[in-house]
Ligand binder design. Structure first.
Ligand code: SAM
Ligand code: SF4
Length: 357
């Protein structure tokens, strides 16, 4: 067995393309298939590296180096790539992310352009909700379907410590505004780590009171400071222990076995709380994601720094068919798994905020 074929704990090899399987082995299908039989249908589009917060598990304290404006995709370029993804490559859902998507003043234009280009396709956004209070209505009018909001604590001092910014009131106002204008079902995502465990029950209570669906996601090795440590992962059992001190939890049968979240009914339901165990029970074998970075590269996996540049083609007259072919080739080379749970794991160069989570 070569080092590139080393199995990881979950049975998936973290491999680069297998020897003997070349680009020529790719079947002639329009969709974004890879060598392991997966098909990417879910597109994450990062539109900026800028952010209003500095979450310790994501960004360095000083923020990410600024991308010169001319290197960022324009509204028209984003809309074109989204249209190609949907009409030529079989993508079925588009999620805007970053950095913080609300940092782009032309976000409404991007959403409206995509809504016109791919009518009927859900357009969603992952956001920290800072400033959403004032833009939620306009985003719905532009065609946004839903939002996922990231929130790790409802304790103001603790929130400020985790995000290095005292913006909890703005976040809560943003979530409420989004719910009021119908950006629902509204999911709240919290990163599960030792620092967030103590406030987890209060966060769940807040989400229950506000009618939001809370999901905890295990911390991944995607922090800019490279401080992630496998040994400090808080697993589902520990979280359930903590939440069980205040709530009665019963596991819900998964409707969709490919869904990364395991759900528990809270106090008999109908409310639920979810856990996305991306490290300890990874779901790489069911991964259906493809990513575009803010600079217009295709990233087939969060953890693979091998990116394929579409911006050069976009700016030098490439046809839709040529861009689609480049995108297909990039996804054919997708790794089997991230390998975070394996010995010798090395984090990618880009952090979560620089990729687009
Ligand atoms: N700024 C937006 C936000 O926070 O929702 C969108 C971008 S953010 C990079 C997307 C998601 O990645 C957030 O839910 C955030 O909590 C998550 N995230 C960032 N760093 C992470 C890490 N090291 N492990 C797990 N999730 C992380
Ligand atoms: Fe910003 Fe989102 Fe990263 Fe927090 S997780 S620093 S809000 S990009």
């Amino acid at each position: 067995m070569t080092t590139t074929q080393r199995p990881v704990q979950m049975g998936l090899p973290r491999v680069r393309p297998r020897a003997g399987m070349s680009a020529a082995d790719r079947p002639e299908v329009p969709e974004l298939v890879d060598r392991f039989g997966r098909v990417a249908r879910d597109l994450r589009v990062s539109i900026t590296e800028k952010c209003s917060l500095r979450c310790t598990y994501c960004m360095p304290a000083e923020g990410l180096p600024q991308i010169p404006r001319e290197r960022l995709l324009s509204v028209a370029e984003i809309v074109r790539l989204v249209r190609i993804a949907v009409t030529d490559l079989g993508v079925r859902e588009v999620r805007f992310t970053g950095g913080e998507p609300l940092m782009r003043h032309d976000l409404e234009e991007i959403v409206a352009g995509c809504a016109a280009a791919v009518p009927g396709v859900p357009l969603t956004m992952t956001t920290n909700a800072v400033g959403l209070e004032h833009r939620a209505r306009g985003l719905v009018a532009a065609g946004l379907s839903r939002v996922n909001v990231s929130l790790d604590s409802v304790d103001r001092a603790h929130f400020a410590e985790l995000t290095r910014r005292d913006r909890l009131p703005a976040v809560l106002a943003g979530i409420r505004a989004a719910a009021r204008v119908g950006l629902t079902p509204l999911k709240v995502n919290a990163v599960l780590m030792p620092e967030t465990l103590a406030g987890a029950a209060d966060l769940l209570q807040w989400c229950l009171d506000e009618g939001c669906r809370l999901r905890f996601i295990e911390e991944m090795a995607l922090d800019a400071d490279h401080a992630w440590d496998r040994d400090s992962i808080v697993d589902a059992a520990r979280l359930l222990d903590v939440l069980g001190g205040r709530f009665t939890l019963h596991p819900v049968e998964r409707e969709d076995p490919a869904s990364p979240a395991e759900e528990w009914l809270v106090d008999g339901g109908p409310a639920t709380v979810g856990i996305i165990a991306s490290v300890t029970r990874n779901f790489c074998d069911a991964c259906d994601r493809t990513r575009l970075t803010a600079e217009g590269t295709v990233r087939s996996c969060l953890f693979s720094d091998d990116e394929v540049d579409l911006r050069a083609g976009l700016r030098s007259g490439a046809t839709d068919a040529e861009l689609a072919a480049q995108w297909r080739a990039a996804m054919w080379d997708k790794w089997a798994g991230h390998g975070m749970d394996s010995a010798g794991f090395e984090p990618p160069r880009r952090s979560m905020g620089a990729i687009g989570g």
